[in-house]
Design a protein. Sequence first.
Length: 391
Amino acid sequence: MSVEITDVQTTQVDADWTWTFVRLYTDAGVTGTGECYWGPGVADVVEQAGENLLVGADPRNLEPLSRRLFEGTSAYGSLAGVGVHAISGLDMALHDLAGKLLDQPAYQLLGGQYREEARLYVDCHAGTHLNSEDEPADFDPYAPESYADTAESVLDEGFDGLKFDLDASKRHEDDPYNRYLDAEAIDYKRRIVEAVTERVGFEADVAFDCHWNYAGDSARRLANAVADCDVWWLEDVVPPENLDVQREVTRATDTTICAGENVYRTHGVRQLVDEQAVDVLQPDMPKFGGMRETVKTAHQADDYYMPVALHNVASPLGTMAGAHVATAIPNFLAMEWHARDDDHWDEFVEEPPIIEEGAVPLPDEPGLGVTLDLDTVDEFMAEGETLLDPE
């Protein structure tokens, strides 16, 4: 059967995050939908790349089309930036579309199924998830015990993976630019880690995010200060640009170090993996280069027995696509869920809820196995955007 892509459309919504949805149309009446990480002008790049490089092509040629997209958009930055974001959304839509045409779940097109569900970890930010009506007047969301209370409430919701922002309050950090942590700041952060890990014990794994804020020396001292706590990982302890600093911090501590959300494509992580500059690799699939590129880099990491934890701030559609990636790689550890505070998150697909008992079960339906809810998209559509045509 001959099938050709006939059109590409995008729309952007502002909800828990800013999401750009991508839809491909064919002369067979079958569509595929994807999502990419936000970036200025990303929708323009998606539409231009789709029209110039995909219209007229058979969407089942996934590997050649992926190569065509990267080579054909190199002027936008073939290694990083909105060009790669755009390809990520197109790649996701292609896997949804090809899966429907071939009557296969997307994970089968990525190599097969290692597991039946993708474990999640919840981004908890700080101790700010308590019911505001129950908070005392002197409630401090950044007190170590508030973090621990939040952790306990997440356990009660059925999750066994958590992450907190260890840089959330900037308490005891006088200068926001020099990346230095003095002894008081490190002790405060150590008390947060200690309070949370002692509260949850072995009931959950707990990671802590530093958002690229610290110099190498401060990062090493922080990592060593929490080395006796049961830390799943410390995330992004130094800025992402200098691989040498990242590698030396990782080698200088027994605390597990994780990074990768601000690195793009297999080429961008090659040295990070080859030099074992992290203990856990953390690509963000909807901006990393898409489903296929993320699976490739997971296999790179697996050559070094390095686990992969998927960074994820996506809608239910993008999160389900991440689950397909998670089941198609051997070294998957967990995937982030960033929408605990978003009451409307589930409404963006027609098959809610996609989360069950702290994980995303993999559907058997062709493609991604979920359908974007256009009524919800319309409700949260950014100003000036146009709604996607229906399937």
